[in-house]
Ligand binder design. Structure first.
Ligand SMILES: C[S@@+](CC[C@H](N)C(=O)[O-])C[C@H]1O[C@@H](n2cnc3c(N)ncnc32)[C@H](O)[C@@H]1O
Length: 359
């Protein structure tokens, strides 16, 4: 067995046999407390106890406006998020959960009929598939079918993250999005920590350095990854915290759009959008990401990428769009990627008598 397969076997053993409930997790990395909106609270209350007890995700990883959509959950575990999504997409939508651990799938599958009845559906809109999220095609997951992919604290556990992102891109429809939470580190972890069984199972060992993740996402077609929310993780287990002393971990929710025209940086074409209101839970303000909150009725300047994320996705009918891509005005100043060569820097270099730069 090669190292990657060995780590996958360890993950299966950990989630399938060792953990019996979220109380058995040794750290709080995968299970953070989130204040859910009322609609989510009432949907969660309709999910079977056994499914909820074995929930090992982090926070709420469900985007808005998903009624009638096809949704895929990568690493669906015992199915808590799938049963939540089942209610949110409604009977005309569909939910597919994929997981590689038999014990997790057994719990998820045991309660399909129970939830169908509870939700009052004529036919269940949920199915669970056994498979590896790195090989969705081998599990029969078709191309260009899903409107939304979600995943809750799983990608870090995959030994080949590039394959996960490439497969996610393949199965999404154009305009669809991969909306997921995961764990990232402020730097690259050395091999001794990355291969530590306990750290790996607790979603720390497999955490990518954030900038490696962002570059990888771009290489896989997801230009311009957007952060919805992020927060530092306080590891409340002394021996685990000691192992990773000096490394800072973050729980982050990203949204990655599959839109062919997105550029790797936010470019300014003098465009703007107006949010018309009307999205569920976000009638007055719509949050695209942690630095784009659109107020109903207000015309807001945006970069070309933000405009495309709204115009080429299911959010289009909630917006009016102004301008086109015919004139480029340089980098968009408010998207966190300003021109790095400021006049001040050049002046400092020119007057630095110790400077040895020949350029
Ligand atoms: C931290 S749990 C999260 C489970 C679920 N999302 C939840 O919120 O309860 C990780 C899950 O991912 C699954 N998993 C890890 N790596 C996987 C892979 N490469 N392919 C499929 N499933 C995987 C595990 O079997 C486990 O059920």
């Amino acid at each position: 067995m090669n190292e990657m397969n060995k780590m996958e076997a360890e993950v299966r053993e950990y989630y399938g046999k060792e953990l019996q409930s979220s109380a058995d997790l040794k750290t709080n990395v995968c299970c953070t407390v989130v204040d859910y909106p009322d609609s989510i609270k009432s949907a969660l209350a309709k999910i079977h106890d056994e499914v909820v007890t074995k929930y090992y995700g982090c926070g709420l990883t469900i985007p808005t406006q998903i009624a009638g959509l096809n949704v895929l959950d990568l690493g669906s575990g015992t199915g808590r998020d799938c049963y939540l999504l089942s209610q949110l997409v409604g009977e005309s939508g569909s939910v597919t959960g994929i997981d590689m651990t038999d014990e997790q799938l057994a719990v998820a599958n045991r309660h399909v009929e129970w939830h169908r009845e509870k939700f009052g559906y004529a036919r269940s809109n949920v199915r669970f598939v056994k498979g590896n999220i790195q090989e969705l095609s081998a599990a029969g997951i078709e191309s260009d079918f899903y409107d939304v992919i979600v995943s809750n604290c799983v990608v870090n556990l995959a030994t080949n993250k590039r394959a996960v992102l490439e497969e996610a891109y393949r199965v999404l429809k154009e305009g669809g999005e991969f909306y997921f939470s995961d764990v990232y580190c402020d730097r690259r972890l050395p091999e001794r920590l990355a291969s530590d069984r306990e750290l790996y199972g607790e979603c720390l060992g497999g955490a990518l350095y954030w900038n490696d993740f962002q570059n990888l996402a771009k290489q896989c077609g997801f230009n311009d990854p957007r952060i919805i929310e992020s927060h530092p993780i306080a590891i409340e287990n002394a021996s685990v915290a000691a192992k990773v002393e000096g490394y800072r971990f973050y729980s982050v929710t990203y949204r990655l759009f599959k839109i062919g025209e997105l550029e790797p940086a936010c470019e300014d074409y003098g465009q703007a959008v107006k949010y018309l209101g009307g999205m569920e839970e976000q009638d007055k303000f719509f949050t695209l990401d942690d630095h784009h909150i659109f107020e109903q009725g207000k015309v807001t300047p945006v970069c070309g990428n933000s405009l495309l994320m709204l115009q080429a996705s299911r959010y289009a009918r909630f917006f009016e769009f102004y301008g086109d891509f015919s004139t480029h005005y340089g980098i968009f100043p408010d998207c966190g990627a300003d021109i790095p060569y400021s006049a001040n820097k050049a002046e400092t270099q020119n007057t630095d008598t110790n400077g040895s730069s020949c350029c």
